[in-house]
Design a protein. Structure first.
Length: 133
């Protein structure tokens, strides 16, 4: 009985170590994706669609910098919905009108969300294991 309890405890501790390592890996990946997302947003190249591009507002008049395609797509969908038009989802708007950098930033945001969910599940598992020790 004592050997079984020690083995079980050792197995749980090893599992905790693996989970802690995974949390570290996830945190590193989230940092990497956030950094890349910021770079992508800073390098917004504008839309190839002239109508969409003309709707992007200036955010810095001194250097002519416009808001990102990502933000412009959000505003476009928000305005449509405020006026009762539900033609396009945000996902459709950014994928159809956004530049490659803003589409990349949008996709990175989705990946960050999934990684945060995974990290939350792992923390929950660690709590369960901790209670059983």
């Amino acid at each position: 009985q004592l050997i079984t309890n020690q083995t079980t405890r050792r197995d749980r501790v090893m599992k905790l170590e693996k989970l802690a390592i995974r949390i570290g890996q996830i945190s590193d990946k989230i940092k990497e994706l956030k950094s890349q997302r910021e770079i992508n947003l800073d390098k917004c190249a504008g839309s190839e669609d002239e109508d969409f591009e003309s709707g992007r507002k200036l955010i810095d008049h001194s250097n002519g910098q416009k808001e990102s395609c990502l933000y412009a797509a959000y505003e476009m969908v928000k305005e449509d919905r405020d006026h009762g038009d539900y033609n396009a989802s945000f996902d459709e708007a950014i994928m159809n009108y956004g530049c490659l950098n803003c589409v990349g930033a949008y996709k990175a945001k989705g990946k960050i969300g999934l990684l945060k969910q995974e990290r939350g599940r792992i923390v929950g598992n660690i709590s369960k294991i901790g209670k059983s020790l």
